[in-house]
Design a protein around this ligand. Structure first.
Ligand code: FAD
Length: 383
């Protein structure tokens, strides 16, 4: 793998760095307190092409490869994980899945709006009763005239209250377990679809998270995405790439933690010298630095495998597992460097700790990633 960035990759990273410095970092703490980013950020992300990375230009995308996507995601994650998550879901889980599995009509109808930021997407897999065991979901889509009648509910849906379209997973037919699941594109103004905001999250507070309820929702046949019964494979392929994006966001958190810890250690004085002089403080900083490098290399490896058209799912689970745990450690170490001030909202590291924590939970918990990696190594499924 070539670790040198191409001119295009370096340029897109500079663009993202500049955008995050101007449009994200100055506002992130206020958005966190207000429990909402400024929604105008979505159109700005679209105007720069950040919501269209890897999507073909003929559908409004900005092209680029998966390493460029990782670079932008790292920058956004460094600035504010809530903003990073909006992109990871609308582009990474929804638009990319439509680009891969959608009919020509579905691509023409949704991709230009999603990539420009005119519309947002959300990913409706988790339910109140099924999280890790997603293939067991209970939402049903039964035949109804030419289309389907859907009933059920989806839990913890990122972008939920803001989204214009839900990539919805529901059970069709009688096939048991994950074989009976299909994917649908459901506009959120469809009668019978309602959303309940979920407040009081520990982190990612600037992001809209919701329960999405479907009560007698009528869908036309053309709402089906990909073949009937293929929905679980579609969800798993979306999540495999999504894990790369979560990992890149975690690299961003680790970088923010390193920058904050180094700056504070250099200016805070105790026992007559800056605390950067003390070996135990340097150990905290050194641990963040190693975690950051290792997480970034594992993440870039996934991007490289995808761009070369090679199998990447296990590598994505390894990157997501390591980077999410590394982000939690890095944020926690940075807080330790800040001492008591780290515990106060006025300083940036408390938010990093809160934002990092969910990374080990969603898009497959750390335990689920270990089962995926263990299955790949042993050939035995422990699910
Ligand atoms: P459970 O599955 O109930 O797990 C509870 C515990 O049991 C965990 O520690 C888990 O690791 C462990 N466990 C479960 N099964 C096993 C096993 N076989 N072996 C060992 N340990 C096991 N979902 C979406 O569909 N779309 C979204 O946009 C989305 N956004 C989210 C945003 C936030 C802020 C949060 C918190 C969640 C979001 N989720 C979303 C849901 C998320 O993916 C789930 O929370 C996650 O998959 C875990 O499911 P669960 O919460 O039901 O936990």
């Amino acid at each position: 793998m070539n670790l040198e960035l191409s001119e295009e990759q370096a340029a897109v990273r500079r663009l993202a760095e500049d955008f995050v410095a101007r449009e994200v970092v100055p506002y992130a703490a206020a958005w966190d307190r207000a429990e909402s980013v400024d929604r105008g950020i979505v159109k700005k992300l679209g105007a720069l092409g950040f919501l269209g990375l890897t999507i073909p230009e003929e559908y409004g995308g900005s092209g680029g490869d998966h390493l460029a996507y990782c670079l932008v995601t790292e920058e956004l994650g460094r600035g504010d994980s809530s903003v990073r998550g909006i992109v990871s879901v609308s582009l990474g889980l929804v638009a990319k899945t439509i680009a891969h599995w959608g009919s020509e009509e579905q691509k023409r109808s949704w991709l230009p709006r999603l990539t420009s930021g005119e519309a947002l997407g959300c990913f409706g897999l988790t339910e109140p009763g099924t999280g890790s065991d997603a293939g067991n979901l209970a939402t049903r889509a039964v035949p109804d005239g030419d289309g389907y009648l859907v009933n059920g509910s989806k839990m913890f849906i990122t972008n939920g209250t803001w989204a214009d379209v839900v990539l919805l997973f529901a059970r069709t037919g009688d096939a048991p377990g994950h074989r009976g699941v299909s994917a649908f594109l459901v506009p959120t103004d469809t009668p019978g679809l309602s959303r309940r905001p979920i407040h009081g999250k520990l982190g990612l507070r600037g992001q809209a998270t919701a329960e999405v309820v479907l009560q007698d929702v009528r869908l036309p046949a053309h709402a089906l995405l990909g073949p009937e019964g293929k929905g679980f494979s579609i969800a798993m392929s979306a999540l495999a790439k999504g894990r790369m994006s979560v990992a890149a966001g975690c690299v961003g958190i680790a970088r923010a933690a390193l920058d904050a810890a180094v700056a504070y250690a250099g200016q805070r004085e105790q026992f007559g010298r800056s605390i950067a002089h003390y070996q135990l403080v340097q150990e905290l900083i050194s641990d963040i630095s190693v975690d950051l490098d290792a997480a970034r290399l594992l993440t870039w490896r996934v991007a490289d495998l995808i761009d070369r058209g090679e199998e990447f799912a296990t590598a994505a689970s390894k990157a997501k597992l390591f980077a999410s745990e590394a982000a939690v450690r890095a944020a926690n170490n940075a807080l330790q460097v800040y001492g008591g001030y780290g515990y106060i909202d006025e300083y940036p590291v408390g938010k990093l700790v809160r934002d990092a924590r969910v990374m080990t939970l969603y898009e497959g918990t750390s335990q689920i990633q270990k089962l995926i990696i263990g299955r790949a190594e042993t050939g035995v499924s422990a699910f």
